[in-house]
Write a protein that binds this ligand. Structure first.
Ligand code: GDP
Ligand code: IMO
Ligand code: MG
Length: 430
């Protein structure tokens, strides 16, 4: 069955948007299944750069239909603004081209206020969230007090449920966090406006995709965040509140396991993390500056959503092996190989050490990751520009050795190597 899942195999920002855009050329539907506007997916097409937060990256191809599944949390104003920006950039958006699941949950101003208040109260132990209300919105969902997108369809019940929801969170904001309460009447007014714009897009995503798959159409599931930020399988508690890993695609779109064909793990050629939490291979100094860039280039390592400088480090083979297992990866797409050009030596973490003991696998998943010291293997770097490489033979032998070693370490074949942000800057490996 032709469902392909694209998943981040690290801490997000691996270049998922760029790979989704590439593979969307052959997809009929592209579907976001988790997270919300905490995501920032960048697609470069010629001199235009699209930065998508909620709408699937495949929407840029005129033939593909974008879908947002039940696993996503939606801030309606971000979505409306994104629709406007895409239209301004010449992308057609209408209910034939974009469908939103009736069972996706809404992010409200109360969730945003709570995210901020909770981060402030954590002090030194903050998670470093994107402050988009993600955690509180999923908390409402799990505690069965959330507002589904379907509530936008009926204005009377919308006012009532919004009012109850905001009053409840206001109690917590005021009594527990000494924060300002959210204005109930204004929020209801705003949401009535959003409802009239978004209602025509709301439908049954599971039914739409299921029927399409049964007709042999190709569906690409686009993950947000990454495996190491997964609520269950990531570096808890420094995680997001959804399941970015591949299984999340099935729950988050309402599709059965049997539909899946390929699970593609997007992997950056080095490691990056934005926000707090353990990062065993983190680097400082000149090499970190080389990997991060200065912020001048669009692809430099500064958050697409928050603008924060990303922490960077060497590729972590232990964590990549872990991601291969959690997701059942069938292949990898390796991105940003061009960024390693010019380094004398490239290191890969192949195992961790704790006391006298060496670990190639983690005995308790990602728990207590901060107690492990990485063991590195070195490969030789290369000097020549690889951004115009289009075939395996075009790559320097040192780059090929690095690619082969990554495959060997995680046991998953690398099918795509990206050597720049543009659509054609890719090497396919068969
Ligand atoms: P995502 O969240 O996983 O979609 O990744 P982001 O869009 O947040 O960050 C990836 C950045 O790297 C974007 O600016 C991409 O345009 C850029 N990018 C992706 N692949 C490559 C590549 O192979 N080389 C370079 N130089 N940039 C790339
Ligand atoms: P894309 O899809 C990188 C991180 C935040 C924080 C943690 C929890 O572009 O790869 P949240 O706001 O979700 O409660 O924050 O998760 N985070 C991301 N890091 N890329 C992302 O998305 C992220 N979305 C959330 O920085 O550490
Ligand atoms: Mg991103």
């Amino acid at each position: 069955m032709p469902l392909d899942i694209i998943v981040g195999s690290q801490w997000g920002d691996e270049g998922k948007g760029r790979i989704v855009d590439l593979l969307s050329a052959h997809a009929d539907y592209v579907a976001r299944y988790n997270g919300g506007d905490n995501a920032g997916h960048t697609v470069s097409v010629g001199d235009r750069i699209f930065r998508l937060h909620l709408i699937p990256s495949g929407i840029i191809h005129p033939h593909s239909v974008g879908v947002i599944g039940n696993g996503v949390v939606i801030n309606p104003i971000t979505l409306i603004n994104e629709i406007r920006e895409l239209r301004d950039a010449g992308v057609t958006i209408n209910p034939e081209r974009l469908q939103l699941s009736y069972a996706a949950h809404l992010i409200t101003p109360a969730h945003l206020a709570l995210d901020k208040a909770q981060e402030l109260s954590r002090g030194e132990r903050k998670i470093g969230t994107t402050l988009r209300g993600i955690g509180p919105a999923y908390t409402s969902k799990v505690s069965r007090q959330g507002l589904r997108l379907s509530s936008l369809i009926n204005p009377e019940s919308l006012s009532e449920s919004l009012s109850t929801h905001i009053r409840e969170i206001n109690k917590v904001l005021v009594s527990q966090y000494d924060a300002e309460p959210v204005d109930v009447a204004r929020t209801i007014e705003e949401f009535r406006g959003y409802a009239s714009i978004l209602s025509p897009y709301i439908g049954d995503v599971s039914a739409t995709l299921g029927a399409a798959l049964n007709r042999g159409r190709r569906v690409l599931a686009e993950g947000a965040q990454g495996t190491l930020l997964d609520l269950d399988h990531g570096t808890y508690p420094f995680v997001t509140s959804s399941n970015p890993s591949a299984a999340g695609a099935l729950v988050g779109l309402g599709l059965g396991v049997g539909y899946t064909e390929r699970v593609i793990g997007v992997t950056k050629s080095f490691q990056s993390r934005v926000g707090d939490g353990p990062f065993p291979t983190e680097l400082g100094g000149d090499i970190a500056e080389h990997l991060r860039g200065t912020g001048e280039k669009p692809w430099d390592e500064f958050g697409t959503t928050t603008g924060r400088p990303r922490r960077v480090g060497w590729l972590d083979g232990v964590l990549l092996r872990y991601a291969a297992r959690i997701n059942g990866l069938t292949e990898l797409a390796l991105t940003k190989l061009d960024i390693l050009t010019g380094l004398e030596v490239i290191k890969i973490c192949t195992a961790f050490q704790k006391g006298e003991q060496i670990f190639e696998y983690l005995p308790l998943g990602l728990t207590d990751l901060s107690h492990y010291v990485p063991i590195y293997e070195e490969v030789k770097g290369w000097k020549q520009d690889i951004s115009s490489a289009r075939s395996w033979e075009d790559l320097p032998k040192e780059a090929r050795a690095y690619i082969l070693r990554i495959e060997e370490l995680c046991g998953v074949p690398i099918r795509l190597v990206s050597v720049g942000p543009e659509r054609d800057q890719v090497v396919e490996i068969n």
